[in-house]
Design a protein around this ligand. Structure first.
Ligand SMILES: Cc1ncc(COP(=O)(O)O)c(C=O)c1O
Length: 381
């Protein structure tokens, strides 16, 4: 009798996260259903307070997605048409589309080749170049560092550049809930932090959701109004806004999941450590961790010159992988030939796109599955 092939280990598994807290999640859903209040109620308020306290920021505003969180953060800071916003090309398209949605112009900067986050050196060179042009000197408004894969960007350097040129810093924390730099949470370094709760994230809901944290009460009030038609008083729009509300069901689910986020991140780090040890004996490049960083390991992204062959070899052993992201934003059809890029080009960004591969990594991975992944990696030649 032929042996049955083991099931594929998926690269991400949001259902496992639901099953791990099934009873509490279903109780939370039931509580909301019975409450009869489904939009912007007690659950959203409580979750906003709990999440703000977790990050260490005074205010939080729940919105409908991570993309909206970035857009409302920018609009809240009055960034609009003709303004320049500096970010990376090596990110989810959402970071760049949020900038364009509020009418501003994104300038895409190359990344550091080790941490895959914005290069402060290239950022400063590019900001300087635009600052020297009288047409743009007054238009430098914001920097959006992306803590990609769960590794914090070089925030001290970025904050210093922003301070020098009077720009706000909006941290894109969509992939980094709970990551820390110098013992301080991401999201609490900049003026604002934007989070996504897409189901596969370290803190994910069962649908779409997002949130912005900030320090300034007036800014928080403006974003609260912006998420609901610009209402400061019900049915009276003080300024143009949109509909982007975190709903009660998702907030109730997020409250349950927040209680386990620290444990889950710790489990992610333990699995990452096991992978690191195996990779040290192979030709596959493990992800770097900068000094004073606590990585959130949203993704475990390796680099390999023969990436496609490695991907196929893992798949043939029942291990699913993904590529985050196969094409940087500046080379995608919607942006190619029109989006502005920074000084020094996109050398590091373009190189890593051809080599990166995300292995399965989530807290519910079983020890037997981890062993299968480790053995397959050790076999790679
Ligand atoms: C880095 C980054 N920024 C922004 C977003 C947008 O989040 P959402 O999908 O919730 O709109 C995502 C998620 O896909 C992301 O990974």
């Amino acid at each position: 009798m032929p042996l049955e092939k083991p099931a594929i280990i998926p690269q991400a598994n949001p259902k496992a996260g639901y099953l791990a807290q099934k009873t509490e999640i279903e109780a939370a859903i039931h509580r909301v259903l019975e409450s009869g209040w489904y939009i912007l109620g007690r659950e959203v308020q409580e979750f906003e307070q709990e999440f703000a306290a977790y990050v260490g920021m005074p205010y939080a505003v729940g919105v409908a997605s991570g993309t909206d969180a970035l857009e409302l953060a920018l609009r809240g800071c009055k960034v609009g048409r003709g303004d320049l916003v500096f970010t990376v090309s090596h990110t989810a398209v959402a970071t760049v589309s949020a900038i364009e949605r509020c009418g501003a112009t994104p300038i895409l900067i190359d990344i550091d080749p080790e941490t895959y986050t914005i290069s402060p050196h290239r950022l400063e060179q590019t900001v300087q170049k635009f600052f020297q042009n009288p047409k743009f000197a007054q238009r430098l408004k914001a920097i959006i560092p992306v803590h990609l894969y769960g590794h914090p960007a070089d925030l001290p350097a970025i904050m210093s550049i922003a301070g020098k040129y009077g720009m706000v810093v909006i941290e894109d924390c969509a992939q980094a809930h709970g990551a820390r730099l110098e013992n301080r949470m991401v999201g609490s370094w900049g003026d604002l932090g934007a989070f996504s709760f897409y189901p596969t994230k370290n803190l994910g809901c069962l649908g779409d959701g997002g949130l912005v944290v900030c320090k300034d009460p007036e800014l928080a009030a403006r974003m609260r109004a912006l998420r609901e038609y610009g209402w400061q008083e019900r049915y009276i729009s003080s300024f143009p806004g949109i509909n982007s509300r975190l709903d009660e069901l998702q907030a109730a689910i997020l409250r349950v999941k927040l209680s386990k986020l620290e444990d889950n991140n710790q489990r992610r780090r333990e699995i990452a450590h096991t992978f690191d040890q195996t990779l040290a004996t192979t030709a596959i490049h493990a992800p770097a961790v900068a000094a004073d960083v606590i990585h959130a390991y949203h993704l475990f992204v390796v680099r390999c010159e023969q990436r496609d062959r490695l991907r196929q070899a893992l798949l043939s052993q029942g291990i699913g992988t993904a590529i985050h992201y196969p094409f940087a934003v500046h080379s995608q059809p919607a942006f190619r030939h029109r989006v502005l890029t920074g000084v020094g080009g996109m050398e590091n960004t373009d190189k890593i796109c051809r080599e990166i591969l995300s292995l399965p990594l989530y807290p519910e991975l079983g020890d037997d599955e981890i062993l299968r992944i480790v053995r397959a990696l050790a076999r790679w030649k």
